[in-house]
Design a protein around this ligand. Structure first.
Ligand SMILES: NC(=O)c1ccc[n+]([C@@H]2O[C@H](COP(=O)([O-])OP(=O)(O)OC[C@H]3O[C@@H](n4cnc5c(N)ncnc54)[C@H](OP(=O)(O)O)[C@@H]3O)[C@@H](O)[C@H]2O)c1
Length: 272
């Protein structure tokens, strides 16, 4: 792609779908002047509205992200994650499509790289993978375990429960890299300067959900114990990979800070 401007990304019209979501909000901050379209502004299941016809790039953060809910409504998840992505692609401009570590089955015990075979175990993972395949001219950015200062996420749930309870039960047999949406949004600025393709962009380091919960209580100074349980004990409808740490095999892919730095940055943001 040619970038005639000195600051090409911010100098031209960037469109963000799913602008009300946690990543969408972080993208609007990282790309000042971007046109943010919430679910109410554009249900991506519908053809694009007229105001997005003259854009330079679409940061496609809209998705069906209810992993358990997708098991009971696969058509609903497919409508957003596959057909929705097809509608975004139909604009005919480059697209950054965000995808997930849940495209992998979790049987590996070392980080998943871009060339690893996918094998989603859940409806959510399958529809996200099918959505990836809709992207022709653009970047597919797989990330994992997103958290931010807004929206529904594990960090915000733990902050609430940690203030209410003495103990919470948290899964200790799934390992991944909790990724701060602010860091992923900043990295997106560098991604759009790279050739089209697939990129794994997740926080450095890895942990289990129980480790993450303990770190949250420590950093937020909440007096709450973590009781470590298994995925089976929790009994959620959708299967999740036991191991889904993502790394990039491409030296040009932006590297993100450690998840613990992401946690601190996010908490500082919440305190502001
Ligand atoms: N969350 C994670 O842990 C995680 C991990 C890896 C990758 N990702 C991917 O990262 C991206 C951003 O996720 P996120 O965590 O920011 O999710 P999020 O907070 O749930 O945001 C998704 C947004 O999409 C909107 N949306 C849902 N259906 C839509 C539709 N038909 N048309 C338009 N907008 C629609 C939602 O609006 P409503 O709330 O009004 O429905 C919400 O604002 C997604 O592609 C997700 O698959 C997420």
């Amino acid at each position: 792609m040619e970038h005639p401007d000195t600051d090409p990304v911010s100098a031209r019209r960037v469109v963000v779908t799913g602008a009300g979501g946690q990543l969408g909000q972080a993208l609007l901050e990282a790309f000042p002047g971007a046109l943010g379209l919430t679910h109410a502004d554009w249900d991506v299941h519908e053809p694009p509205p007229s105001q997005v016809t003259d854009c330079y790039v679409v940061l496609h953060a809209a998705a069906w992200t209810d992993v358990d809910g997708a098991e009971g409504d696969p058509e609903g998840a497919e409508a957003v994650n596959v057909l929705g992505t097809r509608n975004v692609v139909s604009l005919g401009v480059p697209v950054v499509a965000y995808s997930t570590d849940y495209v992998f089955d979790g049987r590996k015990r070392e980080p998943y790289v871009e060339s690893d075979p996918t094998n989603p175990q859940s409806v959510y993972g399958r529809t996200k993978l099918e959505g990836e395949r809709e992207v022709r001219d653009g970047w597919v950015v797989r990330s994992s375990w997103l958290f931010g200062p807004t929206g529904h996420n594990f960090l915000r749930t733990m902050l609430r429960l940690g203030a209410e309870r003495e103990e919470v039960a948290v899964v200790d047999d799934q390992r991944g890299s909790p990724t701060y949406v602010g860091h992923l949004a900043e990295a997106t600025k560098r991604i759009v300067e790279l050739p089209f393709g697939l990129y794994h962009v997740a926080a450095d380091g890895d942990c289990t959900w129980a480790d993450f919960a303990e770190a949250i209580f420590e950093e937020a100074v909440l007096d709450c114990r973590v009781r470590r349980i298994t995925t089976e004990e929790l009994g959620r409808p959708a299967p999740r990979p036991a191991y889904s740490v993502l790394r990039s095999e491409n030296p040009d892919t932006p590297r993100l800070p450690h998840w613990r730095d992401g946690l601190r940055d996010c908490l500082a943001r919440i305190r502001d």
